[in-house]
Write a protein that binds this ligand. Structure first.
Ligand SMILES: Nc1nc2c(ncn2[C@@H]2O[C@H](COP(=O)(O)OP(=O)(O)OP(=O)(O)O)[C@@H](O)[C@H]2O)c(=O)[nH]1
Ligand SMILES: [Mg+2]
Ligand SMILES: [Zn+2]
Length: 335
């Protein structure tokens, strides 16, 4: 009882210190903005390691990290953003500029718009796993969004330790069409470290982000690569067998060799993914050669006569599974 009380008090005190710190930094920021105190601060180039909405962790060129606020009207600032920030004598820091982005990954938020997730990334590892469920429609939803963002995707199927060799072979065969249409797909078990060297090879020298449903093992993969870091890993729910949304904010981790990997929170509801209906077909890369050649210019490629996509499916030029997922995604989107 007393222990609990004490920890409550400690919690309250920590929160108070944090609030005061923010207030101080905000005051500094105001002074900085009006030019009063520019000489007291030091300017650094750096990037964003983690973003918690209005608070950030930033890192300078010497790998020193600071908790930071941001000047208003810089727009959304995300992990991977290259920035300029000022530090003050108390250790407070404020982001004052965001540099132009080479790439930006966005995902849907709850009102049907998109929300930036990470910037300046080279490749996206789309992770799925044997448990909770291996649903290719989720993989394809990611691929569509990624095709529109022009960042390289790699498909990673985790938890193959849960399959026997025959089951694994069947699975690999059933997903081989991804390779046929030009995607790299790898099968791993990060728990038993099977295939981990393949992941290391892919990550080398690049900035990569791990995305996928909650519980597929994104954070576990990072822990397997970097055993010394502290990172939260969550059991699947015993009732629903789903992930518990353990990771709540995207975060950057330097790899031991060279390159970095960003962990991201599992997506909650794919039904809210906002895509323009007419962009979906273009997001299926193997459909592109046929687009614009259907009888009807507004063809949905679902049941129209003289549809080039349906013909290509019939002629085995487009995998039936992909066309099936295209229809599911298309029909899930509002007009
Ligand atoms: N059998 C098996 N289980 C694994 C493997 N990798 C991860 N797990 C388990 O999967 C569960 C979820 O792992 P996390 O790493 O927290 O999953 P996540 O994708 O980060 O989930 P969120 O943070 O909620 O998005 C944990 O119980 C892990 O132990 C694996 O290769 N094989
Ligand atoms: Mg996680
Ligand atoms: Zn068509």
């Amino acid at each position: 009882m007393s222990k609990r009380k004490l920890s409550k008090k400690q919690e309250w005190r920590a929160q108070k210190i944090q609030d005061e710190r923010i207030q101080r930094a905000e005051k500094k920021l105001k002074k900085l903005q009006t030019g009063d105190e520019a000489s007291e601060s030091t300017s650094h180039n750096g990037f964003v390691v983690a973003s918690f909405g209005t608070q950030f962790i930033v890192e300078d060129d010497h790998k020193q990290r600071f908790k930071s606020l941001a000047r208003q009207n810089l727009g959304a600032i995300v992990v991977g953003d290259k920035i300029v920030f000022e530090t003050f004598e108390h250790g407070d820091a404020v982001i004052t500029a965001v540099l132009a982005r080479d790439s930006l990954l966005e995902r849907p938020n709850f009102n049907g718009n998109t929300k930036p997730v990470a910037a300046n990334i080279d490749q996206i590892l789309v992770m799925s796993s044997i448990l909770p469920t291996l649903a290719t429609v989720l993989i394809d939803r990611y691929l569509v969004a990624i095709e529109l963002s022009e960042i390289d995707p790699i498909i990673v199927i985790n938890k193959i330790d849960l399959l026997n060799p025959d089951e694994l072979k069947t699975l690999k065969d059933s997903l081989s069409y991804y390779e046929d249409i030009g995607y790299n797909i790898i099968f791993v078990a990060t728990k038993s470290r099977e295939g981990l060297s393949m992941i290391e090879h892919i990550l080398h020298d690049k900035v990569s982000i791990l995305v996928g449903q909650s519980g597929v093992g994104k954070s576990s993969t990072i822990k397997a690569l970097l055993p010394d870091i502290e990172i939260q890993i969550g059991e699947l729910s015993t009732i629903s067998k789903l992930g518990k949304h353990t990771t709540s904010a995207s975060q950057w981790y330097h790899l031991a060799a060279s390159g970095a990997i960003i962990d991201s929170p599992g997506v909650r509801d794919f039904g809210l993914w906002h895509l323009e209906k007419e962009n979906v077909a273009w997001g299926f890369r193997e459909f592109r050669p046929y687009l614009g050649t259907c009888k009807y210019s507004n063809c949905s490629h679902i049941n129209e006569p003289e549809c080039s996509i349906i013909d290509a499916v019939d002629n085995k030029k487009i995998p039936t599974e992909r066309w099936g997922n295209y229809i599911k995604i298309y029909l899930s989107l509002k007009e």
